[in-house]
Design a binder for this molecule. Sequence first.
Ligand SMILES: *Cc1c(COP(=O)(O)O)cnc(C)c1O
Length: 378
Amino acid sequence: MTDAPIRFIDLGAQRARLEPGLSARISAVLAHGAFVLGPEVAALESALAEFCGAAHCVGVSSGTDALQIAMMAENIGPGDAVFLPAFTYTATAEVPLVLRATPVFVDVDPATFQIDLGHLRRRIEGVRARGDLRPRAVIGVDLFGQPADWPGLTAIAAEHDLFTLDDCAQSFGASLHGRRLGRAADATATSFFPSKPLGAYGDGGALFTQSAERAALYRSLRSHGEGETRYDVLRTGMNGRLDTLQAAVLLAKLEAFPAELERRAAIAARYDARLAGAVRVPARVPDSISAWAIYAILLPDRATRDAVQAGLRDRAVPCAIYYPRPLHRQPAYVDHHDGTSLPVAEDLAGRILALPIHPDLTDAQVDRVADAVLAALG
Ligand SMILES: *Cc1c(COP(=O)(O)O)cnc(C)c1O
C-alpha cells in the first residue's frame, strides 16, 4: 500500500469508492434521453441550494460561464472597472475582458493569499480620482478553498455601490462564520471542473443568489436570452447550460462530498503537523472551514522551491505551482494593467508550492509527501 503511486488528484480512486451509484445515475440519463436540462439538472440545483443555504441555484456550463452570466446580468461592459485579485486563475480576469470591461488588479494578503481589503480601497479611490472608468463590481475569489473576507468586501462594496461577485470555483463547500459560501455576495459562481473539490466528468458550473430576479435572468441568459418560450428572445444570451449527464454525476458525488471535505481537512492538519516546523504552512482565515482545493506551502525563495520540486520529482511525488505568474504579468493582460505594483502577488508566485490533497490520499501517502518535502529541504 505504501508503494501505491501518489496522484495529485485521484479521480480513479474516487470512482471506485462511489460505484455503483455513479454508473446508476449515468445509466438513468442514457435511458430517459433528456440530455439538455433533463430532470437531474433541477434536482441538482435544489440539492446544491439546500447544501449551501442559498435561495436559488442555476446550473451552467462552467465556472467561467457562471462568472460571465453573472456579469452579463448586471450589464457590465465598456467603461466599467471590475476589481479583482491579481493572484487567481485566469478566468477571473478573462470574463470582464470578454465583456469589454476593465479588470483592475488588486494585491493579496501575504498571510491568507486572499484579496487585500486595504489595497482594494486604494484601488477604488484611485479609479475614482482618475475618473476614466466607472467602479462597477468587485470579484472576490475564495482562493485555494478558503473564503475571502466577505463581511469586509461587502462593506466596501456598499460604500461604493459595487456589485459583489464571489468566484467560489475553488471553494464550494467552505464556510465563513458558520455559513457555507453561496450567499455571501450578490452572486456566487462555482465550477465543477473535474479537479475542483466537487468535480464533474467534464465542464460544469453553477450560480447562486438570494435574488429571484437575478436567478430568472441567469436562467434566461444560459439559454440564449429566452423568455417564456424558447422562441421569445428577450436579450442577448449564450448557450451556457449544465449538461444533464454532468448533473447526474454531481448528484452521485454530492452524497459523498461532506465526508470528502472532512477527509481533506484531516489531510491538511496532518501536513501541518509534519511540516509547520520547516516551511510556512497555510494560514487559516479566521472562523472559517476550508474546502481544501489546494494545500500550498511557502518556501523561503525560488531556489529552495526549485530544489523541493526536484526532490519531490525524484521521489515520484507530484506537486504543482498555483500560480507561477500573477495575472497582471500575463502577456494577455499586461496591456490592461495600469502598472501599479502588486508586490505580494509577485512574491508568492516565486515561492509557492502545492502538495497533493484529495480525499483518497491515505495517511501513509501524506507522510510520504511530507517526508519527501523534509528530505528535499535537507
Ligand atoms: C477553475 C476556476 C475558474 C473557472 O472554472 P471553469 O469551470 O474551469 O471554467 C474560475 N475561477 C477560479 C478561481 C478557478 O479556480
